[in-house]
Design a binder for this molecule. Sequence first.
Ligand code: AP5
Length: 218
Amino acid sequence: MLGPPGAGKGTQAERLHEDFGLLHIATGDILRAEVAADTPLGTEARRYMDAGELVPDEVIVGMITQRISGGDARDGFLLDGFPRNERQADALAEALEQLERRLTAALLIEMPDEALVRRLTGRRMCVKNPTHIYHVEFDPPKHADVCDQDGARLVQRDDDREETIRHRLQVYHAQTEPLIDHYDHAGLLRRFDGNRNANEVHAHIRATVATLRLEEEL
Ligand code: AP5
């Protein structure tokens, strides 16, 4: 899944995981778990994440290569937040070749920057399960600051402050956006309008993935 911070990659990936049973691999969630567990990797990653910078490729590539080689990824997986630059895209292609697998599609959710700032400043996340995502305005929980699904506390991500969000957007435009052309040239790109409500975006992506699945089976 491709798209700027706040476009709805995590929200949609979680729904597609439920629809198609695809393993959801979110680099941001994996890194935040390392930070929470206070591991050496987490300590290193935190400096970059809090500043809105990309964590060094060496750390990320090994982590993802290991994840997609696992047995639970055999029936397909969704990459959310990876690759994020040309070097990571090349490393992914190499890893897939070694596994004798290939990408089915690059799903791009598009959104203008100003709308993204509003999305991210209002985002709240469950402390127990980071895939439970809410928005104070667009998708509020039933009880303020409490997760509907497991009753845990909702928190704001450290990097969802306006200044850091604006820097993350700059990093996206400079380093990740070139991947749109990369996957377009490879004939893999599918575009979705992230400005629509989450159910509409979901219906559109689900229909596309279902068609791609059908084509793979033929
Ligand atoms: P990461 O966690 O991947 O953050 P991101 O890419 O910036 O994306 P977000 O998680 O912020 O947004 P999203 O598109 O998933 O939106 P969401 O569904 O939550 O990365 C964080 C950091 O980790 C990076 O800055 C970097 O430091 C590091 N990192 C991660 N991967 C890396 C890599 N490969 N290489 C190097 N470093 C890496 O939705 C946002 C909000 O909007 C929510 O509140 C949601 O409820 C709401 N919403 C969603 N869809 C809609 C809709 N259609 N309408 C209205 N509201 C909506």
